[in-house]
Every structure is written in C-alpha cells, then in structure tokens.
Design a protein around this ligand. Structure first.
Ligand code: SF4
Ligand code: SF4
Length: 197
C-alpha cells in the first residue's frame, strides 16, 4: 500500500475505535480475514487492506468507495482473526463514520427506505406472493406487513438510535405498496370485527 502522507487522516483510527472498532490496532496483517471472506471471492474487496487503511488513516475509503459496503457482515473474519482484532466491527465502525459524513450508497438507501416503509429490506415480488397463495399460505407473510404495530415498534427503535434520517427517505418500491395493501387489509379486518360484534 502506497501512503500519501498529505492524505493521511491521523484521527481516523481514533474515530474507528470510538465507533466500536475497539481492537483494530491488534491487527498484524496476517490476511486470514481476507482468505475466508465470501465477499472477497466475488469482488475486488479486501478486508485486511481496509483494516490496515484504518490504522494508517489512509483515506482510500473515500466517499466514492463501495468497499466498506461490500461486506455482508457474516462475521467469518471476526471468528477467524487470530489477533481478535474484530475486523467486522471495524467495517461497521467505518460505515457509521462514512454514512454520517457522505450518506449511504443508493442500494443501501433503498433497502433502508423499504425497512422504514414495511420492515423488509427486499421486495416480495408477485411471483413469490402468488406462490404463497398456491401453497395455501396468506398472500402476505405474518411479519411487519401484517402486523402494523410491529412496524411502529421497529420505527420507534430506529428513531431511538437516531438513525431515522437514513430510513425515512422512503422509496416507492413494490414493498411500500405491499405495506399499504397490508394496512388496508388490517383496517378492513378491524371494520369486519366491529360489524360482527
Ligand atoms: S484483522 Fe485479524 S485476520 Fe485480518 S489481517 Fe488483521 S490480524 Fe489477520
Ligand atoms: S464480515 Fe464482511 S469482511 Fe468479514 S468475512 Fe464476512 S463479508 Fe468478509
């Protein structure tokens, strides 16, 4: 790694530690984390290099870098690290720092918007919904989609973590439509119950 001293952020490692990457400086660059990382197998992603960059304060993790978002947070590297440097915690700490400073990538923003709207990160497409019906299951799963009170609780938790601004930016995804559908079905159910009383 070539280090341009003009671009070194001497505070970066302190901020990583403050944000939860407490053991980052234990890393001795063995590379076990990268060797077992599933993301490294499909992308030019290198967790060892990111940990090193954090310690050195190298701002190769600029706002345009997608690297820290390629981690699936599977925690394999964290389990394998012989130094207990907790590389996954380092990645999560960096995400906190860069999300605050530069915002989220569009894909992550959409997933957050879906969580805010419906509790799900991904769309349940028509094919899945139809298959559920064919299997005799309710069209919508018994998740936040059919439990609006759980969705409210989830939003309260997000707000409590002061992360609301990352989630509220609601997209117009299919999953948002599903949430509206579920809300309508729930209110019809409530009306039906009232009528049966
Ligand atoms: S984080 Fe752990 S596994 Fe990865 S290079 Fe450093 S010491 Fe090795
Ligand atoms: S937690 Fe992230 S960096 Fe670690 S092995 Fe999994 S995908 Fe790779």
């Amino acid at each position: 790694m070539t280090v341009d001293l003009d671009l070194v952020d001497r505070e970066l490692v302190k901020r990583v530690i403050e944000e939860g990457g407490n053991d980052v400086i234990r890393c001795f660059q063995c590379g076990s984390c990268t060797a077992d990382c599933p993301s490294a197998g499909v992308r030019p992603y290198n967790v060892r290099r990111i940990v090193r960059a954090s310690i050195l304060g190298v701002d190769e993790l600029s706002k345009d870098s997608k690297d820290i978002w390629d981690c699936t947070t599977c925690y394999i590297c964290q389990e394998r690290c012989p130094q207990d440097a907790k590389p996954t915690d380092v990645i999560v700490a960096l995400r906190r720092i860069y999300a605050r400073e530069h915002g989220l990538l569009p894909g992550t923003r959409k997933a957050c918007a879906n969580v805010w709207a419906s509790g799900h990160t991904l769309d349940l497409d028509e094919d899945v919904l139809n298959r559920r019906e064919r299997l005799g299951l309710p069209r919508l799963p018994p998740t936040t989609l059919t439990h609006p009170e759980a969705q409210e609780e989830l939003r309260r938790l997000i707000a409590k973590r002061r992360a609301q601004r990352f989630f509220e930016d609601a997209g117009n995804g299919h999953v948002v439509k599903q949430a509206a559908e579920a809300k309508e079905a729930a209110s019809k159910g409530a009306v039906g119950k009232e009528a049966r009383k």
